[in-house]
Design a protein around this ligand. Structure first.
Ligand code: TMP
Length: 228
């Protein structure tokens, strides 16, 4: 069992994961917690290269190659960043994790059954699972238009990145996938509705995190977490 606390943000494109991770990171750091903020894909130097291969629309990947590249990025990320930082007692805040693969490559792309994806993901991450997952729930139409604006500068492409280019019905399957995971993993998933201001959402997430950290310190929610 590792000593740290692992927080994951999940949600469809444009749901505000980066903004909310950053705000939580700042507040917890100001409270004196030792925190690390990271993301997938691209949380390591090697991962940044993989991220470009995965998301830059100039590349064309077959579905299985896409799946294995997300897993390669995640395996590198867990072994090089997430596990060592948790083992060092840090709070790790990560935008996207295994649930993104279950939803995007499983529910939306339908590459292979979800149970198989769960197994290879656990193999890739040495069974490291988060203490808490904040699922940011947004209407796909709203999220996708926000996401495309963010990626426009990077890829100089109005259609967004390679995954965002899949369009609105893909994003609807993504959301359905997340809602299904939220009930399957109800002990760690917390659904956060994104029809409020950024600040209200942040206050909600911060209060929930502080409560969990307090319980965690009292030794209540530690059993079986972050196993390696
Ligand atoms: P983002 O980090 O800016 O959200 O972009 C990552 C994109 O990659 C997003 O469209 C979701 C997608 N993705 C997958 O399809 N599978 C995965 O396992 C991960 C981590 C991301």
């Amino acid at each position: 069992m590792s000593k740290g606390f692992f927080i994951v943000f999940e949600g469809p494109d444009g749901s505000g994961k980066s903004t909310q991770s950053e705000l939580l990171y700042k507040k917890l750091s100001a409270d004196g917690y030792s925190c690390v903020k990271t993301e997938e894909p691209g949380g390591t130097l090697e991962g940044e290269k993989i991220r470009d291969l995965l998301l830059n629309p100039v590349f064309n990947l077959c579905p299985k190659a896409e799946l294995f590249l997300f897993l390669a990025d995640r395996s590198e990320h867990v072994n090089r960043i997430i596990y060592p930082e948790l083992n060092d007692g840090k709070i790790v805040i990560c935008s996207r994790y295994i649930y993104s693969t279950l939803v995007y490559q499983g529910f939306a792309r339908k590459i292979v059954e979800i149970e198989f994806l769960k197994k290879i993901n656990m193999f890739a991450v040495n069974d490291i699972v988060p203490n808490i997952v904040f699922y940011l729930d947004i209407i796909p139409e709203k999220g996708l238009s926000k996401a495309k604006k963010n990626t426009f500068k990077k890829y100089y492409f109005q259609g967004g990145d390679r995954i965002e280019m899949e369009g609105i019905s893909f994003q609807h399957r993504v959301r359905e996938g997340y809602l299904s995971l939220a009930s399957q993993y109800s002990s760690i998933f917390t659904l956060i509705k994104c029809d409020r201001s950024i600040q209200e959402i942040n206050n909600n997430i911060y209060n929930l995190t502080k409560r969990r950290l307090k319980n965690d310190r009292n030794g209540k929610n530690r059993k079986g977490q972050n196993k390696r």
